[in-house]
Design a protein around this ligand. Structure first.
Ligand code: TXA
Ligand code: MG
Length: 318
């Protein structure tokens, strides 16, 4: 079973020996390994049971390392890195020769991000290699946002979980790429389109594509999924059965349902994002017949959360 510890030194020792280590980030926990070592990266795929065609985000210590790992970097990429790093924005850039093909699944693009968590930044600063890290869940399951989630999900397969507490953002990074002067959002995430727009010059065109389908065409149509059947609802009045079910609502709504989780009493999407995966994981452990979750308004972070919930509910045909 994995050790849960705050020791950056021990985490570094395991990583140097090519063992995968779970690391905290501000978005979700990652399952990290030396991005430059095939044996280390291979262990990530094995632990997660993830198809090798699905490439990994490479986590770097600072924006100063951009030129080490990417080439032909557009000016906008530097501007965005200046504003958002360390933070929840992942940039898809042309990879340099330092980045091996096995991290990008053969693509000439690499996904780079500087995570915003003090322990992981210190860990990266102690290492002379960057960290490849997908979310630390078994392939297809909900991303972990607490060390205990990682322990429950893959604790029997890894030696060490670096304990950085609960993730403050709770939802994965936004992944963007560049096409001349255009910015393309490949995965919606914590940084919303309007936040990106606010920092980009008005003549920069932003578009959104459904990326997780394009990059990995053979991938299952579901992701981020609990084992319990998940149903999305617009209103609690849609719920007919009241026994052995779970309910997640955005704000405080009265219901007779015992296992009712409220994402944000004060009505904040950021707070809802921080709790969503945690509550889904918690309800998934209760042996319920169904989990109902209220949809968000399709704006800002609500759009990201809806996108995750739709994928999470696709697993069960209904
Ligand atoms: O917030 C996050 O992004 C978290 C934390 C740990 O950093 N990581 C994360 O990784 O969500 P993962 O592997 O669960 O999702 C990353 C997505 C995958 O859909 C993968 O296919 C895509 O990024 N990706 C990674 N490298 C890529 C590349 N070179 N080209 C295209 N897509 C890439
Ligand atoms: Mg993931």
């Amino acid at each position: 079973m994995a050790i849960i510890s705050k020791s950056i030194e021990d985490a570094g020792d395991f990583l140097k020996q090519n063992f995968p280590v779970a690391i905290p980030t501000e978005t979700v926990y990652g399952l990290a390994a030396n991005a430059l070592n095939p044996k280390a990266v291979n262990a990530i795929y094995e632990v997660k049971n993830r198809p090798k065609s699905n490439p990994l985000i490479v986590h770097i210590k600072s924006k100063n390392e951009l030129t080490k790992y990417a080439v032909n970097i557009p000016k906008i990429a530097y501007e965005l890195a200046d504003v958002f790093w360390p933070g929840s924005l992942t940039l898809l850039l042309e990879k340099s020769d330092v980045i091996p093909d096995f991290v990008t699944s053969g693509s000439k693009l690499v996904a780079l991000r500087v995570p915003n968590h003090p322990l992981t930044l210190e860990l990266l600063n102690n290492l002379d290699f960057p960290l490849a890290a997908p979310s630390a869940n078994p392939f297809g399951y909900i991303s972990p946002t607490k060390p205990q989630h990682v322990l429950q999900q893959i604790g029997d397969k890894i030696p060490f979980i670096l304990d950085g507490g609960g993730c403050s953002n709770g939802i994965e990074s936004t992944i963007i790429g560049f096409d001349n002067q255009k910015v393309i959002i490949y995965r919606l995430g914590y940084i919303t389109e309007s936040v990106l727009k606010a920092v980009l010059k008005t003549d920069v065109n932003i578009s959104c594509v459904n990326y997780e389908k394009i990059v990995t065409p053979g991938m299952l149509p579901y992701h981020y999924s609990p084992n319990t059947a998940l149903y999305l609802i617009n209103s609690v009045s849609e719920i007919i059965d009241k026994e052995n079910i779970g309910l997640i609502t955005f704000q405080n709504i009265s219901s007779e349902i015992k296992n009712h989780k409220i994402l944000s009493l004060k009505g904040s999407y950021a707070e809802a994002a921080m709790h969503l995966y945690d509550y889904l994981i918690e309800l998934d452990q209760l042996g319920l017949d169904k989990i109902y979750c209220e949809k968000f308004n399709d704006t800002g972070l609500g759009k990201t959360l809806n996108e995750r919930l739709i994928k999470a509910s696709n697993k069960h045909e209904h």
